[in-house]
Design a binder for this molecule. Sequence first.
Ligand code: BEZ
Length: 220
Amino acid sequence: MRLGATVPNFRAETTQGPIQFYDWVGDSWCVLFSHPADFTPVCTTELGRMAVHNHEFKKRGVKVIAHSCDKLGDHKSWVNDIKSYCRDIPGDFPYPIIGDEKRELAVLLDMIDEDSKHDPETALTVRSLYVIGPDKKLKLSMLYPASTGRNVDEILRVIDSLQLTTRLKVIATPANWTPGTKVMILPEVKDEDLPKLFPKGVEKVKMPSGITYVRTTTDY
Ligand code: BEZ
């Protein structure tokens, strides 16, 4: 799936009952993420960390949903393991897990590993993570191999960047940005418009090339 593409609507069975994806997402943002298999160690930590930090996603108006090619019954039993291993998950397990035994959704959403995609018996989903906007368009895609678990702080950081730059279309966030630190003003913004857009000030950085393309602000 390419950034900007409309994520297809689908029906799925989940640990919290059947869903029609668009109805379930409603006007929220969504994080939909896959992982290779239930009852595996790294996946246990990933689903656990996503559950521990679920309130951070909620705060940002983001609904979380996991996907795996195992059976719904396995998901339900594995959730107990995840809760036991990650002791700081408050209350019930907070988000649904899709059961996709036939791998139909995995294929539709392009989450199958290239090496095994031709073998339906062994085809594993990779660690795909999609951030989907309220308009159902793909805003961000992360693909990690089975060997590397994802970082929830980074997922929240990119959501903060996506939501900020959706609200304020004349900026972009630099490398290692975190909320509150300086952002970059887009090159197409004219110098004469800066005081109105950023009344608290803009820093224009002098570069050896003499081109003033780095203009930063914390006024957002
Ligand atoms: C894991 O979650 O630990 C895992 C799953 C599949 C392959 C490698 C690691």
